[in-house]
Design a protein. Structure first.
Length: 245
């Protein structure tokens, strides 16, 4: 009996020493992960799209807010299930990679099957969950385009405008201005097909860290725009460069 008690104590001590990162490795499904814990839905900004024009695989992008940690990706078995029923989600072992030098991150794991996904992370003692994301890499592949009109009539405040492939599929636009080192300078969301740096009059969500710097005359910058649908699929991916005037 004493030996049994000693073994039990050792097991408990060993488990209590497991870090949060190590504990997350034991997560297998979403319902057991959030059971008995405080969690918030719709609290992770996330979307997905084809990785490139030539790839059938999709990537899931998300914004790791603040001191977020323990990033996990959950998936359903198919796209013909209730995406709001957490019992339909199991964990997909997928590595996350930095985007814009870590300002955003993305999951990749040769995701080719059309199904629903949810991104989660932990922050301030709570589990944060994204809204369901529908992968449509085969039925509606992401379109890649450089067709962005850049008006620089106002010096150092370029106005970006673009046209959508289908207004029926659009819910919101995500705009990123970055430098040639891929550092994110500003990240904004608009409902309109235009954004002016740095005029936030039509910005509905701003993930920029503080006030962005003035653009440097003569320097080259990148503009990236994602046309995102209601089910968080990237319909169109616009990418272009410009020299500040």
């Amino acid at each position: 009996m004493k030996i049994l008690k000693t073994l039990c104590l050792l097991v408990l001590l060993a488990y209590s020493c497991i870090s949060d990162d190590e504990a997350s490795e034991y997560v297998t499904d979403l319902t057991s992960y959030i059971e008995g814990k405080i969690y918030e839905t719709g609290a992770v900004i996330a979307c997905a799209g084809n990785e490139s024009e030539t790839s059938n695989a999709a990537a899931v992008y998300f914004y790791p807010e603040g001191d977020a940690e323990n990033f996990i990706l959950f998936e359903t078995a198919s796209n013909n299930v209730d995406p709001n029923n957490f019992e339909n989600y199991t964990r997909l072992q997928a590595e996350d990679f930095p985007v814009f030098n870590g300002y955003l991150r993305k999951f990749e794991n040769n995701i080719t099957e059309e199904r629903w996904f949810i991104v989660s992370f932990e922050m301030d003692g709570e589990i944060k969950l994204s809204n369901p994301i529908l992968i449509k890499n085969q039925s509606q592949p992401t379109i890649f385009s450089s067709d962005i009109t850049i008006n620089q009539d106002t010096s150092q405040m370029p106005l970006f405008t673009w046209e959508v492939n289908s207004e029926a599929d659009n819910a919101i636009f995500f705009e990123v201005v970055s430098n040639t080192n891929s550092d994110l300078i500003s990240g904004t969301y608009t409902f309109e097909t235009q954004f002016q740096y740095y005029n936030t009059s039509n910005v509905v969500l701003n993930i920029t860290n503080g006030t962005p710097p003035d653009l440097t005359l003569g320097e080259t910058y990148n503009i990236t725009i994602m046309d995102v649908s209601e089910d968080n699929w990237i319909n169109e991916f616009f990418i272009n460069q410009f020299i500040v005037q």
